[in-house]
Design a binder for this molecule. Structure first.
Ligand code: BGC
Length: 488
C-alpha cells in the first residue's frame, strides 16, 4: 500500500470564527452587540426550538485563551490559521456619520474611502478590541502560522441588523441587515478599516464566509437571523452580498495590495437521484443555483437576477463585479441528491442523503451520518473542488469536518476526505493550496449550540479545559508527514 504524499508547501491548518470561539472565559470577552447574540437569547426563539438555548458567553473562551489554542495548533503541527474579527466588536456603534463617496450605476459600483475617512473611523472604533485582535494575530504569526483573515463570519452589529424587529415586522421596520443597501457601504468602511489596520499582518484575505448560507438559512428557514421565509428577500440579500463582496475586495486591494483576496463559499455538489435526463437536469440546476450562480457574478461579472429562471429577471453584465477573487475557499461537509420537480424550483432535495439524514445512522447509500445527521461522503469534496476549478483560481479547502462528539467517525473522516483532495490535485490537476479542518476545538454551533461537537480537541465548557481527541493525533500524523492513506 503506497501513501498519498501532498505537495511540500501544502498548508495544514484549522478554521475558526469569532462568535463561535471567543466568549466564555471572562466577563470582558462578552460582546452583546451583534444580531446573533440577540438571536440566541431571544425567548421566542428558545421556546419555539428555533435555537438551542445555549449562549455564547458559555463558550470555549478563545478571547482569553487564544495563546493556549495556538499552542495546540502548533502541537498538531499546523502552519495555517483562519480567523475573523467580528464587525460588532470593532464598530459596536454606527459608522454612518463618516460620509464617503458612493458611485452608482446598476448598483453600487465603487466606494471611495480615503485615509482621512479611515482616521475618522479610527476614532469610532473600539480601541481595546482592535488592540486585542492585534495581539491574537501577532501570536499566530509568531508561532509560525500563516494568518488567513476573513472579514465576515455571520454576526452583524445590531445597528446594522436588529433581527427581532426585522423578524416581527417581516422586514418592514428596524435595521434590516443585508436586506438593505446601506449595509454594502458600511461593510466596505469596516473592511477598509481592518485592511488598513492589519494589512501588514495577514498573509491571505477573504471577504466573507459562506454568504450563501446567510441568504439561504436566514430567509428560507427559521433558525438563522432574521428567520423569515421569503424567497424574494433571499435573492435581494444575495445580490447585496455579491455587491458587498466586490466592494470589500476593492478596499482590501486598495489598502493592502495583497495578491490573495478571496471568498469562502459553502460548496455542496449535487448528484441526480437517477440517471434519467430530468434528474440530471435537476442536478445541473441545483449546482447552478447553489454555487455557479454566485461565481458567475464575482468572476465573470454576470449577475443573473432570475436566479436560473426562478424569478422574473435577466442576465446583466456588470464590469464592477468581474474578477473579484484571487482565490476561492471551498467549505465542504456533504452533498445533495436531487430529483426533478415542478417549476419554478425544478429540483427537490431527496431525504436520507446529504444534509437530510438522521443523526448517527446510515444514509440510503449506506454511508455513515454525523451527530448532526449529515451524510459522510468523501467523494463529494473532490466534486466540490472540480465544480469551482473551472474558474481557474487557486483553491483552498477552508472548512471540512464532522460533528462527532464521540470521535467515532472523525478518525476515518480525515484520511478519506484527504485522499479525495489528493486525487483532485494529482488526477484532476486542481491547484489546492491547503486544507483547513473545522475545527480545532469544540465551539458554539450557531442555532444548534454546544451539542454539535466539531473539535479535534474536546472542550469542557465548565472548566474550559482542552483534551485532544484521537483524531487530533491522526491530523498531527498527516501534518508532520504530508502523507495520508489511500482509501476507497
Ligand atoms: C460554518 C461554520 C460551522 C460549520 C459546521 C460552516 O457552514 O462556516 O461556522 O460551524 O459549517 O456547521
Amino acid at each position: 500500500m503506497s501513501e498519498y504524499c501532498f505537495p511540500p508547501r501544502f498548508l495544514w491548518g484549522i478554521s475558526m470564527s469569532a462568535f463561535q470561539y471567543e466568549m466564555g472565559a471572562s466577563k470582558e470577552s462578552v460582546d452583546p452587540n451583534s444580531d446573533w447574540y440577540v438571536w440566541l437569547h431571544d425567548p421566542f426563539n428558545v421556546v419555539n426550538g428555533r435555537v438551542s438555548g445555549d449562549v455564547p458567553e458559555n463558550g470555549p473562551g478563545y478571547w482569553d485563551l487564544f495563546r493556549t489554542d495556538h499552542d495546540w495548533a502548533k502541537w498538531i503541527g499546523l502552519n495555517a490559521w483562519r480567523i475573523n474579527p467580528d464587525w460588532s466588536r470593532i464598530f459596536p456603534r454606527s459608522t454612518e456619520e463618516v460620509k464617503v463617496d458612493v458611485h452608482r450605476d446598476e448598483g453600487i459600483i465603487d466606494i471611495d474611502i480615503t485615509e482621512r475617512d479611515l482616521e475618522k473611523l479610527d476614532k469610532l472604533a473600539n480601541a481595546d478590541a482592535v488592540k486585542h485582535y492585534e495581539e491574537i494575530f501577532r501570536d499566530i504569526k509568531e508561532k509560525g502560522m500563516k494568518l488567513i483573515v476573513n472579514l465576515y463570519h455571520w454576526p452583524l452589529p445590531l445597528w446594522i441588523h436588529d433581527p427581532i424587529v426585522a423578524r416581527d415586522s417581516f422586514l418592514r421596520e428596524g435595521a434590516l441587515g443585508w436586506y438593505e443597501e446601506r449595509s454594502v457601504v458600511e461593510f466596505a468602511k469596516y473592511v477598509a478599516y481592518v485592511a488598513w489596520k492589519f494589512g501588514g499582518l495577514a498573509d491571505m484575505w477573504s471577504t466573507m464566509n459562506e454568504p450563501n448560507v446567510v441568504w439561504m438559512l436566514g430567509y428560507n428557514n427559521l433558525i438563522f437571523p432574521p428567520g423569515v421565509i421569503c424567497p424574494e428577500a433571499s435573492l435581494r440579500v444575495a445580490i447585496n452580498m455579491i455587491e458587498a463582496h466586490a466592494r470589500a475586495y476593492d478596499q482590501i486591494k486598495r489598502f493592502t495590495g495583497s495578491d490573495y483576496v478571496g471568498i469562502i463559499y459553502a460548496v455542496t455538489p449535487s448528484e441526480p437521484l437517477t440517471d434519467s435526463e430530468e434528474d440530471r437536469r435537476a442536478s445541473e440546476i441545483s449546482d447552478y443555483r447553489s454555487t455557479l450562480w454566485y461565481f458567475e457574478a464575482i468572476i465573470n461579472g454576470i449577475l443573473d437576477t432570475s436566479f436560473g429562471d426562478m424569478f422574473e429577471g435577466e442576465k446583466i453584465t456588470r464590469k464592477d463585479l468581474k474578477d473579484k477573487a484571487d482565490w476561492i475557499g471551498v467549505n465542504y461537509y456533504s452533498r445533495s441528491v436531487v430529483t426533478s420537480f415542478k417549476e419554478p424550483y425544478f429540483y427537490r432535495v431527496v431525504p436520507n442523503y446529504g444534509f437530510a439524514c438522521s443523526p448517527r445512522s446510515k444514509s440510503s447509500d449506506n454511508r455513515p451520518t454525523s451527530d448532526f445527521g449529515w451524510e459522510l461522503y468523501p467523494e463529494g469534496i473532490r466534486k466540490a473542488i472540480n465544480l469551482v476549478k473551472v474558474y481557474g483560481k487557486p483553491l483552498m479547502i477552508t472548512e471540512n469536518g464532522v460533528a462527532d462528539s464521540r470521535d467515532y467517525i472523525r478518525p476515518w473522516q480525515i484520511p478519506t476526505h484527504l485522499a479525495q483532495v489528493y486525487k483532485a490535485i494529482r488526477e484532476d490537476g486542481a491547484n489546492v493550496m491547503g486544507y483547513l479542518h473545522w475545527s480545532l476545538i469544540d465551539n458554539l454551533e450557531w442555532a444548534a449550540g454546544f451539542r454539535q461537537r466539531f473539535g479535534l480537541i474536546y472542550v469542557d465548557m465548565e472548566t474550559k479545559r482542552r483534551y485532544p481527541r484521537p483524531s487530533a493525533f491522526i491530523y498531527r500524523a498527516v501534518s508532520y508527514t504530508h502523507l495520508t492513506l489511500p482509501t476507497t
